[in-house]
Design a protein around this ligand. Structure first.
Ligand code: ATP
Length: 299
């Protein structure tokens, strides 16, 4: 793996408040990193610093081998609320974005057309952006961010404004893009983070409170447990009385913590069989990303 970018001690202050507080991480080439955190955690500020839109109060951002190039040619940025000139067509806007990123005029027209086809706006490329729906604008935002083939693609909540179909389509596009570029994106949608991520960065009140691959983070917060769904409350109570394990229950469902109680599913099954308990379901569960998020990112 080759490191594309190193952010060290990245900090942004606004007056007395600290939006991003000494955050350090690395991005490896051709990986996708999800920046996760509740509202106000500092995701947009972090992305804006990397995009060169906000200057850090402290800390450094180092690109591995592009120090001397214009940052706009290396980075593509999709803001949370992209804005367009309503009187320009999608093609004119995308071509302008390419040229502003250093692509020459002829190449810019070709690249703009190809990119608009890629994001699914081929048929709408000559329409004025003022007539575009929210989903079309999001695709156009993606087009202007990728038209110059950036090494690093920064996306601020790229799918949060989309309906489920649009979200699916854009997620598929992003997965395709990951073959060619490095992606850092913020999201509240944990299923998306689960689907496309090599690294998770959890921010809380400006601080990086957890980081690692999905598997690493899962392993740290897995809390494996065995869940038993009983046929009736009486059956659940009979089971609770019959065992020495600590059982927590909700409705007809009993839950036993695998680690603290030192149990495995076979020992539980043998107790269930011995007592002829009427059960609907027995399964091993681990914390979902949603539960991990609540623990890590929310106080
Ligand atoms: P959201 O999920 O709601 O978009 P976020 O994680 O992207 O939130 P930021 O927008 O980075 O969070 O904001 C982090 C903190 O910095 C917030 O407390 C916000 O109010 C503050 N902040 C951001 N921009 C400015 C600014 N220009 N002036 C003052 N405070 C700011």
């Amino acid at each position: 793996m080759t490191t594309l970018l190193q952010a060290s001690d990245l900090t942004r202050k606004y007056g007395d408040s600290i939006a991003v507080d000494a955050v350090s991480f690395e991005l490896e080439e051709h990986t996708a990193t999800a920046l996760i955190g509740p509202n106000g955690a500092g995701k947009t500020t972090t992305l804006s610093m990397l995009a060169g839109l906000v200057s850090p109060s402290q800390g450094a951002i180092r690109f591995s081998d592009n120090e001397k190039k214009d940052i706009r040619s290396i980075i593509g940025f999709l803001p949370q609320y992209p804005k367009f000139f309503p009187w320009l067509s999608a093609l004119e806007f995308t071509e302008m974005a390419a040229r502003l990123s250093g692509v020459d005029t002829r190449q810019a027209i070709r690249d703009a057309k190809n990119t608009l086809e890629f994001v699914g706006l081929g048929d709408a490329m000559n329409k004025k952006t003022g007539t575009f729906s929210g989903g079309m604008k999001q695709r156009l935002g993606l087009a202007q961010a990728i038209v110059h083939k950036p090494k690093l693609l920064l996306l601020d909540e790229p799918v949060s404004a989309l309906d489920p179909v649009g979200r699916r389509q854009v997620m598929d596009l992003l997965k395709e893009l990951q073959q060619e570029t490095t992606i850092l994106y913020s999201t509240h949608i944990l299923n998306d983070a689960e689907e496309m991520t090599d690294q998770l960065l959890f921010l809380r009140q400006g601080k990086l409170v957890e980081q690692g691959s999905l598997n690493e983070v899962r392993a740290r917060y897995a809390e494996p447990r065995i869940i038993i769904e009983f046929e009736s409350l009486q059956e659940l109570q009979r089971f609770t009385k019959a065992t020495e394990w600590k059982v927590t229950s909700k409705g007809l469902i009993a839950s036993i913590d695998v680690q603290t109680e030192g149990v495995d599913i076979s020992s539980i099954l043998s107790v269930l069989c011995t007592g002829l308990f009427m059960v609907r379901k027995v399964e091993r569960q681990t914390a979902s990303l949603e539960e991990i998020f609540m623990k890590v990112a929310v106080i």
